[in-house]
Design a protein around this ligand. Structure first.
Ligand SMILES: NC(=O)c1ccc[n+]([C@@H]2O[C@H](COP(=O)([O-])OP(=O)(O)OC[C@H]3O[C@@H](n4cnc5c(N)ncnc54)[C@H](OP(=O)(O)O)[C@@H]3O)[C@@H](O)[C@H]2O)c1
Length: 291
């Protein structure tokens, strides 16, 4: 009898995301089995039931997806799941909390290509305290880019910057960037502006954009109108959006994000060896797909 490809979807949130469920079916899984509100303890018990029921051969037809709004909590669940498996009872897995790993990888790979490299550059991230912004900031710092993470709250920005420095190293500072007056002096001094604020929030106004000197690259991941950057359309890709300022929009980034997530899902579905895909895997795939 033909084995069915099963994907177990654990999330630390109440409701697993339909975005990831749809993508998993499109990646060829025969069934996607969602579990909400999973924690380290329940995750460990669920993994034990998953690995033993289909035998060593069946594990190759079984995979695990870890999601959740909070990156740190989702990473703890992933660590507990990995710890509860052992050869030959191991199922391949991937983690993409709130889509942040695949989205941040696509965002950073796109701007890295657009600028011809990130090393020695300076970036400001608006709305950096969400999952996408913090992961993007970490990738930029690891790539040798000086990063200023922005928030409406100085305290949140500084706490985030400290956390990234401790985890990834690099030059990362936090700044209160709620109003145009707070944003402009900082944005004037950077090469790169990443807009990673909440969906549907315009985080960079037209007047602020037009007050910036030429030569900058601006990228926005918000696909829910209005655009996160005034005048930047979702499918713009290195288009001039103000005098001497180029922009990359949310669909241009989302197309690469889709490709990265699809490749990760297909890899854990078809891999014959135990495979564990994370933020570094997403970044490596995004960079390769742009070569
Ligand atoms: N293109 C794609 O393929 C794709 C895929 C996934 C996600 N996304 C998009 O990526 C973006 C970031 O997602 P996320 O989940 O990381 O974001 P999030 O957690 O919802 O929000 C990020 C930050 O936005 C700030 N913010 C919230 N409301 C605001 C307001 N009214 N004015 C100014 N700032 C505000 C908050 O920072 P402070 O409170 O610290 O100021 C918050 O931490 C979203 O637009 C999402 O739709 C795109």
């Amino acid at each position: 009898m033909e084995r069915k490809h099963l994907l177990y979807f654990f999330t630390t949130d109440a409701a697993p995301s339909p975005f990831d469920i749809n993508m998993a079916y499109d990646a060829g899984f025969h069934a996607v089995i969602p579990y909400g509100n999973v924690n380290e303890e329940t995750g460990t018990l669920l993994v034990q039931d998953i690995i033993f029921s289909r035998g060593p051969k069946g594990t190759k037809f079984t995979a695990l997806f870890i999601g959740g709004d909070n990156v740190e909590t989702a990473e703890k669940l992933r660590a507990a799941a990995v710890k509860s498996m052992f050869p030959p009872f191991q199922v391949s897995l991937m983690i993409d909390p709130k889509g942040a790993y695949t989205t941040a990888a696509a965002l950073v790979a796109k701007v890295e290509t657009g600028l011809g490299g990130l090393s020695g550059r300076k970036a400001a991230i608006l709305g950096a305290t969400g999952p996408v912004g913090r992961v993007a900031a970490t990738h930029c710092a690891k790539s040798g880019c000086e990063v200023i993470v922005g928030s409406r709250s100085r305290e949140s920005a500084e706490r985030l910057a400290k956390g990234i420095r401790e985890k990834a190293g690099g030059t990362v500072t936090g700044a209160q960037m709620g109003t145009d007056e707070e944003k402009l002096p900082i944005l004037k001094g950077v090469d790169l502006i990443l807009a990673t604020a909440k969906a549907g929030v315009e985080i960079l106004s037209r007047s602020a954009l037009e007050a910036l000197p030429a030569g900058k690259l601006v990228a926005d991941v918000n696909a829910v109108p209005p655009s996160g950057v005034a005048g930047l359309k979702p499918d713009d890709d290195m288009k001039e959006i103000a005098s001497g300022i180029r922009g990359i929009g949310a669909i241009a980034i989302g197309t690469l994000k889709y490709g990265v997530e699809m490749e990760m899902l297909e890899t854990i579905r078809t891999s014959k060896e135990f495979t564990d895909l994370d933020d570094a895997s997403a970044m490596e795939i995004a960079r390769r797909r742009l070569q």
